[in-house]
Design a binder for this molecule. Structure first.
Ligand code: AMP
Ligand code: ZN
Length: 134
């Protein structure tokens, strides 16, 4: 997509610190890392949400996530990670080209767990949600 910074990175039109890629996906260092090694993995084609990815793209993305985690364990000596996607406006997605964050975690980094992101359990009982989603 024109004017999408991650499309430009995927096409190698602008500089980025590319780590690994495969046919469908590409990984590169986050320009403003939350911790050393913070990496983004994206589909090469412009897709806004993780749910828009083809199965091949999803497989390519997770293959990179898996191998990068292994590399980070070895080279950065990290044993913990926070993994995830800000998917959609309300989640805080700021670049509308889907990107998966790999955030290596360090002793004393001051960060919290996924459980600290949101707490809004109001509404239907679990049974009702289950009926909708099943
Ligand atoms: P999100 O809030 O999930 O949309 O995250 C967007 C991420 O993209 C942030 O962590 C930014 O630091 C990162 N980012 C923005 N521009 C670039 C860039 N040119 N190269 C690498 N990472 C970038
Ligand atoms: Zn894009």
């Amino acid at each position: 997509m024109k004017d999408c910074i991650f499309c430009k990175i995927a096409k190698k039109e602008i500089k980025s610190y590319i780590l690994k890629e495969n046919k469908f996906c590409l990984s590169f260092l986050d320009i403003n890392p939350l911790t050393p090694g913070h990496t983004l993995v994206i589909p090469k084609k412009h897709k806004e949400s993780f749910s828009d990815l083809t199965l091949q793209e999803a497989k390519g993305l997770f293959s990179l996530v898996k191998s990068l985690m292994k590399r980070m364990r070895e080279k950065l000596k990290v044993g913990s990670f926070t993994l995830g996607v800000n998917d959609g406006d309300l989640s805080g997605q700021t670049i509308q080209h889907m990107h998966f964050h790999i955030i290596p975690r360090y002793p004393g980094d001051g960060g919290k767990s996924i459980h600290s992101i949101v707490k809004f359990p109001l509404g239907e009982p679990l049974e009702e949600i289950y009926k909708k989603l099943k």
